[in-house]
Design a protein around this ligand. Sequence first.
Ligand SMILES: [Zn+2]
Length: 296
Amino acid sequence: MTSTPSHRISYLLTLLLPLLLSAQSIAQTAAAKKVFMITDMEGVSGIFDTELQCLPYKSPRWEESRKLLTGEINAAVDGLFEGGAKEVVVWDGHSSGQNLSVSDIHPRVRLLTGAAVSPTLELDSSYSAIIFVGQHALAGAEKGILGHSYDSQNIQNIWVNKRPTGEIGAIVMLAGVFGIPVIMLAGDTAACKELHQLVPQAECAEVKSGVSRTAGFMLSHPASCALIHEKARRGLERLAEFKPYRVVGPVEVKVELTTKGNRGFRPREGVEQLNDRTWIFRGKDILDAWLKFSSF
Ligand SMILES: [Zn+2]
């Protein structure tokens, strides 16, 4: 059989085309794996007492807490990169960015820190997944270690369309607006349960289990890091199984303040005071309603 140069080129292309196409799709999948990590302190293994451990520069054991949090975060980052992440952004969410330092955070991440971060955490649709590390359950959760919803001094309860919602639920729903699924959480048993109610297939690293709000069984730091590493890797490897959580239709966010609570809300369009402790924020969607509540 004879062949001209142009025949040979088209034959070569026929052979190469499937390879080129699959390389392109691998590149697209890989490029999409940009992960945002929400971090908090109350869900880290070993943490059970706010005054003793969680108040930056005030708590006698805060420096230790900071190190434990950083260790759990760095373990998750290793897992994410093994699971195929190309980029990881870590948000220092506890007490407005006073805990994490670029001196000991994982060298491959970018750290988002400081108090003046938008209520939607600078998220955009370029992210392909969100994970939580050090996350606690909502206010009043049964055996939820240090459970609260954003502000334990002022907020008693939050409901989104009548569903009790804390920090986990709010992030799951807001992330859905940007098309981002929440795939993994590290925290106590109550926090894992809370995420599983919204995202049943999520990976969960249960690093501690509460016996009350201020006591529980804790994994050692190396054991919790190993578990988190594994779950973060698995979560990202399973990314294709996750869909963003969508809240359809108009949304009502109801917020009940504590007896001493005062968040400076004022009535305006879409914002109504029900009684001396309860406010309603209405919007055309979750983002609209949530911004009325969180940026008053
Ligand atoms: Zn929190």
